[in-house]
Design a protein around this ligand. Structure first.
Ligand code: TXA
Ligand code: MG
Length: 315
C-alpha cells in the first residue's frame, strides 16, 4: 500500500470526491456518507438505481451507534462477535444520515470492514464512508483494484490498491429492526450468525427481494453463465454445441481433463470458491463465449456463492 495514496484518498474523500478502497469482501466505491452531494456521485458513477441504499462503513462500534437511533442487544452481540468483518447490520437510522444513503428508507446498513487499509482510511478521514461494491451496476463485484478501474475509470479520484480481497464476496446483510433476518447472504454464513442470535427468520425467498438491491440484475459477465450439477462428457458436448467456445469451471473432484476446464477447489471448499469466483467471471468473459459452472456444496460460504452464480446465470 502507498501511505501516500491513503493521504490522497483522505483528502479526496473530505472534498466530496470518490475513492476506491480495499475491504476484505470486495473493493468499495467510497464517498463521505454525511454529504448527500458526495453520495450522489456514487450512484452516478455506478449507474445505480436511486432506490438501492448503500452500506456505511465505520471504524468503531461507537461510530456505528452514532448513526442509528436504536442499538439493540442483538446488534451489540453481533458486532462484538463479527466486527471487523463481513457483516452489515440494518438499523433505524439517525436523522443526520442523508436520504440518499438509505434510498429513502428509515434504516441504515452499517459495517466495520476487516482490512488494515480500510480501517486506516476510516480512522484518518474521521468520517463514515458510504460504499457499495466498486463495479458498474450489474457487473461482477471487484476483488482486485484493476476490476474497479476497468469498470469506473476516470469517474474515481483515487484508487487505493490493497491486493486481492481475502473473502471475495460481499458482506452478509442482517436486518435488526425486527426479529433478526438475513436480507443478503454473504461472507458470514447463516450458521455462524445463528450461533450468536438463535434461529434467524426464514431464508430469503428469491422471489421477493428483501434488500432493495436484490431485485436488480447482478453479477453478470458479458457472456452467458450456466450452472450445472456436474460437467461430464455429455454436458460438455451439449454446451459446446450451444455456445461454440464455453469455459468449464469445475470442482477438483471432476475427472475430465480438457483444456477448456478451470479447476477451482473441491466443491466443498466454499471459502476458495468465494474468493475466486468474481475474478474468474471477469477473466473468463474476455476469453470464452460462455461460462459453465458446477454447483458447489452449500455449507459455509457455499450458499452465498450459489446465490451469486444463480443470479449471474439468470441475467
Ligand atoms: O461487502 C460489502 O457489503 C461491500 C463492501 C464494499 O463493504 N459492499 C456492498 O455494497 O456489497 P452493495 O451496495 O453492492 O450492496 C449493499 C446491499 C444491497 O443489496 C442493498 O440493497 C442492501 O445492501 N442495503 C443497504 N442498505 C440497506 C438498508 N438500509 N436496508 C436494506 N438493505 C440495505
Ligand atoms: Mg454490489
Amino acid at each position: 500500500m502507498g501511505l501516500d495514496s491513503l493521504d490522497r484518498a483522505v483528502t479526496a474523500l473530505r472534498s466530496g470526491q470518490l475513492v476506491v478502497f480495499p475491504t476484505e469482501t470486495v473493493y468499495g466505491l467510497g464517498a463521505n456518507a454525511l454529504s448527500a452531494q458526495a453520495v450522489a456521485r456514487i450512484y452516478d458513477a455506478k449507474g445505480r438505481p436511486a432506490d438501492n441504499p448503500v452500506i456505511v462503513h465505520v471504524a468503531t462500534i461507537a461510530d456505528a451507534r452514532a448513526l442509528c437511533r436504536h442499538w439493540p442487544d442483538t446488534a451489540e452481540r453481533l458486532a462484538q462477535r463479527f466486527w471487523p468483518g463481513p457483516l452489515s447490520l440494518v438499523l433505524p437510522r439517525a436523522r443526520h444520515v442523508p436520504d440518499i444513503v438509505t434510498g429513502g428508507l428509515d434504516t441504515v446498513a452499517l459495517r466495520i470492514p476487516d482490512h488494515p487499509i480500510a480501517l486506516e482510511f476510516l480512522r484518518r478521514s474521521g468520517l463514515p464512508v458510504a460504499a457499495p461494491s466498486a463495479n458498474r451496476s450489474g457487473r461482477p463485484s471487484p476483488t482486485r483494484v484493476e476490476h474497479a478501474r476497468d469498470d469506473l475509470g476516470e469517474r474515481v479520484a483515487v484508487y487505493v490498491d490493497g491486493g486481492p480481497c481475502a473473502v471475495g464476496l460481499e458482506s452478509t446483510v442482517v436486518d435488526l429492526t425486527g426479529a433478526p433476518r438475513i436480507l443478503r447472504q454473504g461472507g458470514v454464513p447463516r450458521a455462524d450468525l445463528e450461533a450468536v442470535v438463535g434461529s434467524l427468520a426464514a431464508a430469503p425467498d428469491t422471489k421477493r427481494p428483501l434488500a432493495p438491491g436484490m431485485k436488480y440484475r447482478h453479477y453478470a459477465p458479458q457472456v452467458p453463465v450456466v450452472v450445472v450439477d456436474r460437467v461430464d462428457g455429455d454436458v460438455r458436448s451439449e454446451m459446446i454445441a450451444r455456445f461454440g467456445r464455453p469455459c468449464f469451471v469445475v470442482g477438483l473432484e471432476n475427472a475430465l481433463d480438457e483444456k477448456d476446464m478451470v479447476r477451482v477447489a473441491a466443491r466443498s471448499d466454499a471459502d476458495v470458491w468465494a474468493r475466486e469466483i468474481f475474478g474468474l467471471l471477469r477473466d473468463l468473459e474476455k476469453r470464452f463465449d460462455a461460462i459453465v459452472v458446477e454447483r458447489v456444496d452449500e455449507g459455509g460460504r457455499g450458499a452465498a456463492v450459489m446465490e451469486r452464480l444463480l443470479k449471474a446465470a439468470r441475467a
